[in-house]
Design a protein around this ligand. Structure first.
Ligand SMILES: O=C(CO)[C@H](O)[C@H](O)COP(=O)(O)O
Ligand SMILES: [Fe+2]
Length: 241
C-alpha cells in the first residue's frame, strides 16, 4: 500500500502571505501542499490559478504541489500549471467529456494525474481510467468551500451495479482499496482529528486537511495525529493480508 501523505489545503490559510503559510505547513511536517483552484463556474467560488502557483513555486522549491482543479474545461490549464511548477494535476471527472484526453495531456507534461469525484459520483465511474492515473480524490464535501462538515455515509443515492444496496463513502473507499492496493486514495473535505479514523480504516492514504490543520494553534500536533491514524491503519491492513 502507498505511504501516508498529509496534504494541508492552503485554502483556509491567509492567502495574502501564501508562501509563508506554505512554509509553515512544511515546517510542521506536511508531505504535500494541496492547492484548491476554483473558477466560479464548476463551483460557486473563486480562488486562484496558475499565476499564483508560478509565484509560489520558487518560494517552496522542494514542495510537492498537488493542484485540485475545481474548474470547467480542465484540459485548458494543463500546460499552464506544468509551466507554473505544479507536480500533480487533479481534475474533476464531472468537468470533462473526455477524461482520456485529459489524462494523456497531463502525462505528456510529466505531472502526476489525479481524478476527483464529487460526493454524488460513484467510484465505479473512475474504474475505466484507474490504471492510467496515480490518485483518486474522493470529495467528502460538496466542492467549493473549506470548513464544511464531512458527509461520510450520507449518500444513499450512490449505488453500485455489483451490489444494489446503497453504499456510502466508507464502503466506496474500501471497495477501491481492496482492488487497487497501490493506488493513492485521497480524501478531501472536513477531514481532521474527529474524522480521520473512518478515512484511515477505509483505506485512504492521502489526507487533505484544511481548517483542522491550518487554523490550529498546533499544526504539527494535528499533522502527526492524522499521520498516526493512517500509519496504524496501513500496518493493520498489511498484517491482515
Ligand atoms: O477542495 C476543497 C473544497 O472544495 C478543500 O480542499 C477542502 O474543503 C479542504 O478544507 P477543509 O479541510 O477545511 O474542509
Ligand atoms: Fe481540495
Amino acid at each position: 500500500m502507498p505511504s501516508c501523505k498529509i496534504c494541508p489545503s492552503m485554502l483556509s490559510s491567509d492567502l495574502s502571505v501564501l508562501a509563508s503559510e506554505c512554509q509553515r505547513m512544511l515546517d510542521s511536517g506536511a508531505d504535500y501542499l494541496h492547492l484548491d483552484v476554483m473558477d466560479g463556474h464548476f463551483v460557486p467560488n473563486f480562488t486562484f490559478g496558475h499565476p499564483v502557483v508560478k509565484c509560489l513555486r520558487p518560494k517552496v522549491p522542494r514542495a510537492f504541489l498537488d493542484v485540485h482543479m475545481m474548474v470547467s474545461e480542465p484540459d485548458k490549464w494543463i500546460e499552464n500549471m506544468r509551466d507554473a511548477g505544479a507536480d500533480q494535476y487533479t481534475f474533476h471527472l464531472e468537468a470533462t467529456e473526455d477524461p482520456v484526453s485529459c489524462i494523456r495531456k497531463i502525462r505528456d507534461t510529466g505531472m502526476k494525474v489525479g481524478i476527483a469525484i464529487k460526493p454524488g459520483t460513484s467510484v465505479e465511474d473512475v474504474i475505466p481510467y484507474i490504471d492510467s492515473i496515480d490518485t483518486v480524490l474522493i470529495m467528502t464535501v460538496e466542492p467549493g468551500f473549506g470548513g464544511q462538515k464531512l458527509m461520510f455515509d450520507m449518500m444513499p443515492k450512490v449505488r453500485f451495479s455489483f451490489d444494489l444496496q446503497p453504499l456510502g463513502h466508507v464502503l466506496q473507499i474500501q471497495y477501491l482499496r481492496d482492488r487497487y492496493r497501490h493506488l493513492d486514495i485521497e480524501v478531501d473535505g472536513g477531514v481532521g482529528p474527529s474524522t480521520i479514523q473512518a478515512c484511515a480504516d477505509a483505506g485512504a492514504n492521502m489526507i487533505v486537511s484544511g481548517t483542522a490543520v491550518v487554523s490550529s494553534d498546533d499544526p504539527r500536533g494535528v499533522i502527526s495525529l492524522l499521520r498516526q491514524s493512517v500509519d496504524e491503519a496501513i500496518q493493520k491492513s498489511q498484517l491482515e493480508r
